[in-house]
Write a protein that binds this ligand. Structure first.
Ligand code: C2O
Length: 534
């Protein structure tokens, strides 16, 4: 099989947005970074050389990494960081996946500027299960901060809830023509009348779930998170950080310019949309007619729009791409996800905002968990993560009197090849927030979603076990729940966390340790020689 080689030189690059310039961390001087192309079954080698003064690691978000956890990338979970002046070659094979994913830095908040697309084409000669588009384009949604990332993290660790709002959203790195002080104009999608294009839309933003929309046009969704879905048509899509969505767009309106918009999914009725990023869809030959129509559902209707969109997402479930939903469950887990407050003597109000899963705020270890697991190093983690909340979960809508969490580096152990059902319940404590939860090393099926408190008697009866969407990141509605299923067929240590970087920083994360199987091809491969040291 073919091997694809990439060189990622991580360098500072002075970049101007919103009328001010600052040096940012980039791959090869590009923002967003280069797109990585490969075909299904190919092996990819990415040599990452760290020329900046930060520790680094890069994650290939959504790549299964069967038995190759060493190449997964989250710092202190599967590897120690690549230190300044050092390098590391990520090597992995793409198995059973095709579509769009993303890569991003997985340490501190460097993902703000260190990210790019991954395009996995089908094997040579294998067509898409939908009409071949005339052309394809990668569309990366992101955020821009005027201040430095460390300043932003420190603010997140010290202050209250409303901190860390970015200064602009971006489409392919640009805030767009509607933003004052956007000297570069916006990204331009050039199309020919009557042709059909495939947009590979990626949300690489740190802290915002985003709606995406093109004035006047319908979008046909064909794939999410590198899995095919039953095509459906909609005028608005929702993409959470870490998610990807491929849509077909036909340039079938009268030639002109149309506004493309990405704006935050605001759960909170008090939130005001002031950060819409825009780009221009430009029909070739069209001169001046600009059409601008309202582009975002107003905040109050955002949750219904999101729910409707998620409801329409179904696996393609064809003969060639069946949805193999686990039916017999070995581990039935219930995790609450939410925000808490812990005492803090150095903090502004004497309390520190934390986030937790089952009331555990995850503490990052000093060496990587995968190394600790592989080499049997004791004292790095425990495998007693609670499979259910320790105090009975019964959310009444009132703020809890005790919002404190426990701290620990606790993992949950899964038997190799066992079937897992996991119900994620947002506790909505302190503030209502929605959480895009990402699991490394697996795709999972989203068998059910709802608002309110999960009912273990009624809700499972309505699970979709036939054609649920398969993905690697899924939103849990504010004050609602999401049920997922997956087969633990990938040995190693796999991070699970909220993909809002703010919540990850506050501790909304944990990891699964999946035992080796008994067969010769069922255990974690030995680490590569150049694996970074802590
Ligand atoms: Cu896209 Cu653990 O991240």
């Amino acid at each position: 099989c073919r091997i694809r080689h990439y060189n990622f030189n991580v360098v500072m690059k002075t970049t101007t947005r919103l009328c001010s310039s600052k040096p940012i961390v980039t791959v090869n001087g590009e923002f967003p970074g280069p797109t990585l192309y490969a075909r299904e079954d190919e092996t990819v080698l990415v040599k990452v050389v760290n020329h900046v003064q930060y520790n680094l690691s890069i994650h290939w978000h959504g790549i299964r990494q069967l038995r190759t956890g060493w190449a997964d990338g989250p710092a202190y979970i599967t590897q120690c960081p690549i230190q300044p002046g050092q390098q590391y070659v990520y090597k992995f094979t793409i198995t059973g996946q095709r579509g769009t994913l993303l890569w991003h830095a997985h340490i501190l908040w460097l993902r703000a500027t260190v990210h790019g697309g991954i395009v996995i084409l089908p094997r040579l000669g294998v067509p898409y299960p939908f009409p071949k588009p005339y052309k394809e384009m990668v569309v990366i949604l992101g955020e821009w901060w005027k201040s430095d990332v460390e300043a932003v993290i420190n603010e997140a660790l010290k202050s209250g809830l409303a901190a860390n709002v970015s200064d602009a959203h971006t489409i392919n790195g640009l805030p767009g023509p509607l933003k004052t002080c956007s000297s570069q104009g916006g990204f331009r999608l050039s199309v020919k009348p009557s042709k059909t294009y495939m947009l590979r839309i990626i949300n690489a933003a740190l802290n915002e779930e985003l709606f995406f929309k093109i004035a006047g046009h319908q979008l046909t969704v064909v794939e999410v998170d590198a899995t095919y879905v039953k095509p459906f048509t909609t005028d608005t899509i929702l993409v959470t950080p870490g998610q990807t969505t491929n849509v077909l767009l036909t340039a079938n309106l009268s030639p002109g310019k149309y506004l493309v918009a990405a704006s935050p999914f605001m759960d909170s009725p008090v939130a005001v949309d002031n950060k819409t990023a825009t780009a221009i869809l430009h029909y070739s030959g069209a001169l001046s007619t600009t059409r601008i129509t309202p582009t975002v559902p107003p905040p109050i209707s955002a949750t219904p729009v999101a729910r409707r969109f998620n409801y329409l997402l179904r696996s393609l479930n064809s003969n060639q791409f069946p949805a193999n939903v686990p039916l017999k469950i070995d581990h039935s887990l219930f995790f609450t996800v939410g925000i808490g407050l812990n005492p803090c003597s150095t903090c502004v109000r004497g309390r520190r905002v934390v986030a937790d899963i089952n009331n555990v705020t995850f503490v990052m270890p000093k060496i990587s968990l995968l190394q600790a697991h592989f080499f049997n190093i004791r004292g790095v983690f425990t495998d007693d993560f609670p499979g259910h909340p320790l105090t009975v979960y019964n959310y009444t809508g009132a703020q809890p009197t005790n919002s404190m969490t426990m701290e620990g580096t606790r993992l949950y152990r899964l038997a190799y090849n066992s079937n897992v059902q996991l119900v994620l319940q947002d506790t909505s404590m302190i503030v209502p927030v929605s959480h895009p939860i990402h699991i490394h090393g697996f795709n999972f099926f989203v068998v059910g979603q709802g608002v309110g408190t999960f009912d273990p008697k009624k809700d499972p009866k309505r699970f979709n076990l036939v054609d649920p969407v398969e993905r690697n990141t899924v939103g849990v509605y504010s004050g609602g729940w999401t049920a997922i299923r997956f087969k633990a067929n990938n040995p190693g240590v796999w991070f699970m966390h909220c993909h809002l970087e703010l919540h990850t920083t506050w501790g909304l994360k944990m990891a699964f340790v999946v035992d080796n199987g008994k067969g010769p091809n069922e255990s974690v491969l030995p680490p590569p020689r150049d694996l970074p040291k802590c």
